[in-house]
Design a protein around this ligand. Structure first.
Ligand code: C2O
Ligand code: CU
Ligand code: CU
Length: 460
């Protein structure tokens, strides 16, 4: 914290060998030597400056997902932080094919400024380099960023060790403990360098929570606040909490990607797509001390059907679950929308190869796909061929409809990522406010994003 009112952090991006699986060493790319990177905690409206130093062997880009960030600090995919090892060696940049290679590489660190003038919620930061986001995240470049505010404080939600931020992410490991990533294995498609597994998105058979495989978390019989992020590249989950007697414990959703709901929504099963966050209360009050609650993934098979366990080890204080939460959710009505757009998220051919496209086109950083006016309310009608979690930078949105019908229970609240199921359409509504400039929207299946399913939005 400094006298100009900004909180400052320094993060060194570097290689580190971590013990992810017990007794086995895994080389990873990290923010500050850990996976996930350090969790940053902020107050609404208090700016944060995070200086990233790149000591990795590759260029990087940092994006704060869900942040209301000016465009210069939003982590545009070609806005690179170059490796420190390249300092003073322009030929490195040129030999890596970078369009605007400098004669001398100096930008090996970058201070990202985040105003964080936004509702309290859990954001996450991750790499966003063009065509290389998926492998960079897979190798470990992801971390959590919690924003708090007075509205949330007044609700007296579970805090301290009763609040559990959870980055759920799958990974695959080879026999030596290295992260296995199939992108360079041409076995399945016949297209050099691209496998079928890569096309659909890369899945792992090990489920990590905060970097640990299938952890067991000790709890008491009180109420816990689970702040869930699906940080997986491509895996979808359907979470269910099941006690030893087979009885499901309700997952009481209190928040979405962009903060608190108006009122809690109870789920027996909660679908969580890549990049989505769900803020959930779980009450262990009826669970016998000494027994376990399994957090299962109903979409998984074999060991991917398990996420983690809660071991109830002692009695805890009773806690109140509020009936109402936030009253500051934007209520944008259809009649106030000035523009309606149709956007199709579908596979297609690009340069003779398979690509994931938006309206038939792959991402081009030099092209403006949509121009919108600051302050305008727009309705976007999205349609998908296969499962695509669609994410907008800068703004939160409400879900107006799904599949021509009412939104589903987990569509409640203010979101920044919507999971479109195969063949499904949905309408979202938002107001483009905050900053003018160039922003992105894209599929958050990280491999789909790298294979073109991303576009530019210019706010003027
Ligand atoms: Cu989480 Cu553009 O990304
Ligand atoms: Cu984002
Ligand atoms: Cu996709």
């Amino acid at each position: 914290s400094t006298s100009d009112g900004a909180d400052r952090y320094e993060i060194t991006q570097r290689e580190a060998t971590l013990e992810v699986l017990p007794g086995i060493s895994t080389p990873m790319w990290t923010y500050g030597g850990t996976f996930p990177g350090p969790t940053i905690e902020s107050r609404r409206g208090r700016p944060v400056i995070v200086t990233h130093h790149n000591e990795l062997p590759v260029p990087t880009v940092v994006h704060l997902h869900g942040g209301r960030t000016p465009p210069a600090h939003d982590g545009y995919p070609t806005d690179l932080v170059l490796p420190a090892a390249w300092s003073g060696h322009g030929q490195h940049a040129r030999s890596h094919g970078m369009a605007d290679a400098r004669a001398v590489v100096t930008d090996t660190r970058r201070a990202y400024e985040f105003p964080l003038d936004q509702r309290a919620t859990m954001l996450w930061y991750h790499d966003h380099r063009m065509d290389f986001t998926a492998p960079a995240i897979w190798c470990g470049l992801a971390g959590l960023h919690v924003v708090r505010d007075d509205v949330e404080d007044a609700l007296d939600l579970p805090r301290g060790d009763h609040e559990v931020p959870m980055m759920i992410a799958d990974r695959a490991f080879d026999a030596d403990g290295r992260l296995a990533y199939p992108a360079l294995d041409p076995t399945l498609t016949g297209e050099p360098g691209v496998t079928g597994a890569y096309l659909a998105g890369v899945l792992g058979d090990v489920i990590l929570v905060n970097g640990a495989p299938w952890p067991v978390h000790e709890v008491d019989t009180g109420v816990y606040r689970l702040r869930v992020l699906n940080g997986s590249n491509a895996r979808h989950y359907e979470l269910e909490a099941v006690a030893e007697n087979g009885r499901p414990l309700p997952l009481i959703q209190i928040g979405a990607d962009q903060g608190l709901l108006a009122a809690p929504v109870r789920h027996e099963r909660l679908p969580v797509a890549p990049a989505e966050r769900y803020d959930v209360l779980i009450d262990f009050g009826g669970v016998p001390v000494g027994s376990r609650v399994r957090l299962a993934n109903r979409l998984g098979t074999g060991r991917t059907a398990d996420v983690m366990q809660f071991h109830v080890v002692r009695r805890g204080a009773r806690a109140r679950i509020p009936d109402t939460l936030a009253d500051d959710l934007p209520e944008w009505s259809r009649s106030r929308a000035t523009v309606t757009r149709d956007l199709a998220f579908r596979a297609g051919r690009m340069n003779g190869r398979h690509g994931w496209l938006i309206d038939g086109r792959p991402f081009d950083p030099g092209r403006t796909d949509i121009t919108t006016r600051l302050g305008d309310i727009e309705i976007w009608r999205l349609v998908a061929d296969v499962h695509h979690p669609i994410h907008l930078h800068l703004v939160g949105f409400r879900v107006l409809s799904r599949g021509g019908a009412a939104p589903l229970p987990h569509d409640a609240g203010l979101k920044d990522t919507i999971s479109l199921r195969p063949g499904e359409s949905a309408e979202i509504i938002t107001r483009f406010d905050g900053y003018r400039g160039r922003y992105l929207f894209h599929c958050h299946n990280a491999e789909h994003e790298d294979m073109g399913m991303m576009a530019n939005l210019e706010i003027v």
